[in-house]
Design a protein around this ligand. Structure first.
Ligand code: AMP
Length: 372
């Protein structure tokens, strides 16, 4: 996927080329199209995923397109963020991405003299980045009006809550026009944040980005380049080496899962397959045997594996690589839980090289090849 394919306008594409961004990050790929259509968003993503551009680009593009019919610079987009460092960074992002438009932006935060901020506001501003306390102060003094806001971003909502800003936010919300687009971002979704999001979002598109790096840091990941016909042999030999570990083997298809399980049993390895064609009772039985360590190896499809929640899962083996890179992160996240280290081994045949590239791009790290 390229930025162009996301229908990003020419002035912003130029700015992205300046920044040498080659392609959109996953959060950008998911957030930009619905945001450009004017939908509300509920984004579960951390800093470092590229989420700033994911909300800044659609806002700039929508305001830039409307700008032709407008003369006045009044505040049409408000980005609320908990800390001054974040506020400065976000404003910097708007500076970069809006470089080839005539939109004006500025940032206000507490702990410094307000005079220069007020001077900037007087010049007329389209996009305002703010921390809650200073924003309220400036509103109360009549320097800022929120009555023309069309786009509202609540960034790092969970940190806002931790830092005690929730009352400030609740005071600000009624000052915003009813008719607007709201983009809500949080790294985590505790109950209080879920409730807040429900109270301010209208039919939001939900986007979730798994925190790749933190999960992957705890997990040793290795890659075996292996011919398709030799995968069974490799699996048997690896499972024989890891005699005492609880192992989850992933297969792309139900049929494949059954076949792998049959081969393992033939080779004297106790195992069971679990997938959507099995009854709920049968799946439950397999899972409880796995948890009690009666069954050491399970072969599962992605959907069936969702129900597997075993703390001491030491090893995940990707017999097949998944088509979608995020699925890889979900799979390996089964091991390395609760601060324990885990291992993920992946088999890659000739036709799966492309998937390795996608996974490496998503996780931002190389998988170590091991000679089989
Ligand atoms: P954020 O999660 O918004 O704090 O962004 C994290 C970092 O990723 C920032 O330094 C951005 O400049 C950078 N970034 C954002 N989008 C991209 C992209 N599409 N390609 C490369 N880097 C990016």
């Amino acid at each position: 996927m390229t930025f162009k394919e996301l229908n990003i306008s020419e002035p912003i594409l130029r700015a992205l080329t300046n920044k040498k961004y080659e392609n959109p990050t996953p959060v950008q790929e998911k957030a930009i199209p619905p945001a450009l259509e004017g939908h509300d968003l509920l984004g579960i993503a951390q800093t470092g995923t590229g989420k700033t551009a994911a909300f800044a680009i659609p806002i700039i593009q929508q305001l830039d397109e409307a700008r032709a019919q407008e003369r006045r610079h009044e505040i049409k987009a408000l980005i609320l963020t908990p800390t001054r460092e974040l506020a400065i960074q976000i404003d910097e992002s708007f500076r970069n991405y809006a470089k080839y438009t005539s939109l004006r932006h500025t940032v206000v935060f507490g702990g410094v003299n307000q005079r220069p901020q007020v001077d900037k506001l007087r010049h007329g501003i389209d996009i305002l980045v703010a921390t809650p306390g200073r924003l309220l102060d400036l509103i109360n003094q009549g320097h800022i009006s929120l009555s023309h806001i069309r786009h509202f971003v609540l960034d790092e909502a969970d940190r806002m809550l931790d830092m005690g800003f929730i009352h400030d936010i609740k005071r600000l919300l009624p000052m915003l026009p009813k008719q607007k687009q709201t983009l809500f971002f949080s790294a985590t979704m505790p109950a209080a944040i879920a409730t807040l999001s429900q109270s301010i979002l209208r039919n939001p598109v939900r986007i979730e980005i798994i925190p790749v790096s933190s999960a992957a840091d705890m997990i040793k990941q290795h890659l075996y380049y292996v011919e398709r016909q030799k995968k069974n042999q490799l699996l048997v030999s690896l499972l024989r080496q890891e005699r005492n570990k609880s192992v989850l083997v992933f297969s792309r298809t139900k049929h494949g899962a059954d076949k792998i399980a049959r081969i393992l049993k033939k080779n004297g390895i106790e195992c069971e397959a679990i997938h959507g064609n099995k009854s709920q009772v049968a799946r439950q039985r397999v899972l409880s045997n796995f948890k009690s360590k009666k069954t050491r190896v399970i072969v599962a499809t992605d959907i069936a594996a969702r129900g597997i929640d075993v703390v001491n899962l030491e090893l995940v083996i990707n017999y097949d690589l998944p088509d979608v890179a995020e699925t890889y992160v979900h799979r390996i996240g089964r091991t390395g839980r609760a601060g324990q280290t885990g291992t993920a081994l992946s088999f890659c045949s000739q036709d799966e090289h492309m998937m390795v590239r996608n996974i490496q791009r998503l996780t931002g790290r190389k998988l170590n090849p091991v000679l089989a």
